[in-house]
Design a protein around this ligand. Structure first.
Ligand code: FMN
Length: 191
């Protein structure tokens, strides 16, 4: 299934075509090349002062860690996401070495996650960002050091037909992608 955006101006094809499915092929095994490629794309994201506060935890389906990460997802996410081939947990270091906060940490996490997701789509994979997570559980199962906090979990894998889902996940899978119009998001300020 494709959900290519109808855009008000031409944009990069990968940006128009990327979307976040919940139906994944439970037989597809992600390759090391694919994992390396998405992590490398994430590594080259910009960050405030080039601090690069992001840290990644990777688990492939069938491993103990993958199953433990499922326990750190909201009920909705835990129901649809385990067919994905891998989870990438994006965490951030919250403080500089001198103890002062990394002010841009979550912003930087968004940028690196965006690059990871776009690279995944360019490889013919799909990715889905999940903010519905239990931070305490993930910190524990990932054994994150003090000062490292999970921000989102990203699914990676190959898409499956929508009808492999049911209930709200199915409804969302077949719903069109929508966005506010440019008129609504571009502020014109005082004339
Ligand atoms: C920070 C963030 C948190 C999100 N959390 C969830 C989530 O917990 N569960 C979920 O199913 N989708 C989640 N999403 C996916 C969004 O719902 C999705 O990106 C949005 O509806 C736009 O759809 P599209 O990516 O297909 O264009 C999240 C996305 C972002 C960026």
């Amino acid at each position: 299934m494709t959900k290519t955006a109808i855009t008000a101006a031409p944009i990069l094809p990968v940006l128009a075509e990327r979307w976040s499915p919940r139906a994944y092929d439970a037989t597809y095994e992600i390759t090391q090349h694919e994992l390396l490629s998405v992590l490398e794309a994430a590594r080259w994201a910009p960050s405030g002062n080039n601090t690069q506060p992001w840290r990644f935890s990777v688990a492939t389906r069938g491993t103990d860690l993958f199953n433990q990460i499922v326990t750190g997802l909201s009920g909705f996410n835990a129901a649809w996401s385990p067919h994905a081939s891998a989870y990438v947990v994006v965490s951030v270091t919250t403080n500089h070495t001198d103890g002062t906060p990394v002010k841009s940490a979550k912003f930087d996490a968004g940028l690196t996650t965006s690059q990871l997701v776009i690279q995944a789509h360019e490889l013919g994979l799909h990715a889905h960002i999940m903010g519905g997570i239990d931070h305490e559980v993930l910190t524990k199962v990932l054994d994150l050091p003090a000062g490292v906090e999970p921000v989102v979990v990203v699914t990676l894998g190959k898409m499956a037909p929508a009808n492999t889902l049911e209930g709200p996940a199915y409804e969302r899978e077949i719903a069109p992608r929508t966005r506010l119009s440019l008129d609504e998001i571009v502020l014109t300020g005082k004339p």
